[in-house]
Ligand binder design. Structure first.
Ligand code: 2RA
Length: 344
């Protein structure tokens, strides 16, 4: 089985290499990036080729491809990979809204991936943990309204942003005084920044619009009443999301906990009990990198009908929010040797 990864040297590409070794231990790996180079990962050295080699007449055919590139490069290479016989999981925004391309959260709607599908879009790293938490509850109680506030890790902005943040966090904090001075608007260290790229005439950013339209597409609920505000916080890895959720029917919190604690009903979810959810924090995801952590489930005190709850969802944006979901979706085509990675 020949598997290729485009964007192999990026943060998500590296995690994908690690997971492929678990999912398909005997697979032949072909790694691509912007140029020929060598990649050392976990003490192992890999040859990485320039992705433009895929455009050569004699480029080899293959079975499965993971594309972790920006939208423009994904548009350039995904059609070529399909032409070379690969089944493709694309992690960019390029195909997510395409009605002909399944947008898949493994454990939520991965059953739509069958042998007739050649291309799957991987959702945004904020959408995946939220859908894993809400989908099983929707099946039980119906879902009428969702409001989300996200606190997203810097690694979501890529390896350069992460390295700059880590340097700032080391140096910047030494310089800061108790009032956070000297003020440094450009960095993430010690700051909370609106995720406001691609803001359109609605006033909402592309990140916020993604969470809204992707949730509706994945749950097949085009009318879902959902709104989102997204920001970036000084955290390396781990997206943190506070949600206010109103269901169609009254909810019993014990029933909610039992559903979220049942792997058969809530695959790839870990429920942290108690209103404080054992102090659920972003860094909890480091202990469970491939799971959506759900906790701090409380009745919304404004609700008289017991249909609304507040809850928190945490997910490792590089693993659950990208690499693990993509590998799991691919197990629908190529069953995994590792049960924790096999999509239902
Ligand atoms: C972010 N979800 O966190 C976006 C892309 N990874 O910036």
């Amino acid at each position: 089985m020949r598997i290729c990864i485009l964007g192999a040297t990026g943060l998500v590409g590296r995690e994908t290499i690690t997971l492929i070794a678990r999912a398909w231990p005997g697979a032949t790996l072909a790694l691509f990036a912007s140029r020929d180079q060598e990649l050392t990962l976990d003490g192992k050295s890999y040859e990485v080729l320039g992705a433009s080699r895929l455009e050569a007449q004699d480029a080899p055919r293959g079975d499965l491809a993971f594309v972790a590139l920006d939208d423009d490069h994904s548009k350039r290479y995904v059609p070529r990979l399909v032409e070379l016989g690969y089944r493709v999981i694309d992690k960019s925004n390029t195909y997510r809204a395409d009605p002909k391309v399944p947008l898949v959260v493994a454990g939520v709607n991965s059953s739509i991936v069958d042998d007739s599908v050649r291309l799957v879009a991987n959702p945004n790293c904020t959408t995946i943990p939220l859908m894993l938490a809400l989908s099983p509850l929707r099946r039980e109680f119906g879902l009428s309204e969702v409001t989300v506030s996200t606190y997203q890790a810097v690694s979501g902005a890529g390896i350069a942003a992460l390295d700059a943040f880590l340097a700032d966090a080391r140096d910047g904090f030494q310089a800061l005084d108790r009032l956070g001075l000297p003020f440094k608007a450009s960095g993430y260290a010690g700051n909370t920044v609106p995720h406001n790229g691609g803001t359109d005439e609605s006033g909402f950013s592309s990140e916020e619009r993604k969470l809204i339209f992707e949730s509706r597409k994945i749950l097949s609920t085009p009318e879902l009443d959902i709104s989102a505000q997204c920001c970036r916080v000084g955290v390396a890895v781990g997206h943190y999301e506070n949600a206010w959720v109103t269901f169609d029917r009254p909810v019993d919190l014990e029933r909610v906990a039992s559903i979220l604690s049942d792997p058969a009903r809530s695959p790839f979810v870990k429920h942290l009990p108690g209103a404080a959810g054992e102090g659920l924090s972003a860094l909890h995801c480091v202990q469970d990198r491939d799971l959506a952590l759900v906790g701090r489930i409380r009745p919304d005190h404004r609700d008289r009908d017991r249909k609304s709850v507040c809850l928190t969802v945490v997910g490792d944006n590089l693993r659950l929010g990208a690499a693990a979901n993509a590998v799991r979706a691919a197990t629908r085509w190529f069953p995994s040797a590792d049960r924790d990675l096999q999509a239902p």
